[in-house]
Design a protein around this ligand. Sequence first.
Ligand code: SF4
Length: 243
Amino acid sequence: MTHAGRQAALEAVATEIRSCTGCRLHQTRTLAVPGEGSPDTEVVFVGEGPGFNEDRQGRPFVGRAGGLLTKLLATLRWRREDVFITNIVKCRPPENRDPEPDEVAACAPFLRRQLEILDPALVVTLGRHSLGRFMPGARISQVHGTYTPVDPAPGVSGALAFALYHPAAALRTPEIERTSYRDVAGIPAALLEARARRERNAAAVALDETVTVAVAADADPDVAPAALAAPEGDRSEPDFTLF
Ligand code: SF4
């Protein structure tokens, strides 16, 4: 998919989210918060749900927790607009309560479609609810600062998931804030591994296709050699600062 195609597809999803009445959270929201960022990014940050400020502005992570997330990104010399930032549920749970399982389930197709469009190499989970979607069964206190192959159920496959504490938790507890600064420093290495993993997988698929076509060509001389050509994409390499 082209840059323009991804941008248009993300905006189409966002438009649906803004008018969604799929769960009870639409009754109390001010604005739905679809998410924002680069359509071309390799890295998607996924939090739990919008808070007070996000609900007012319709943008993710714009309050104090968002300020800390921006600072954490800055330590990598990344900007918010270099990545894509969204949440498990797109509307604010009243009083910032945890989203209910049926609300998460109702909203899951939107996150799935966003992830299918973006096809990220790395999903950074923010907090235990997001962690639970991408690393089922993992405990944030044990896996923060580490990565593992992502669970494909939320809509992304062949990617790695990297666990961070939620910035709101870091604001409440200075030790978690210090830990978060240490943890975020591991993201570039995770991205490098995610890229390498994708390249290995793509090479394996290409080899498999080559063997399949070669076998077919051997059986049928009318099969054109052009069939061996790999399809070309226009996705350019993002200019991330890795170290
Ligand atoms: Fe729709 Fe998700 Fe908002 Fe519920 S939280 S109303 S499913 S957009």
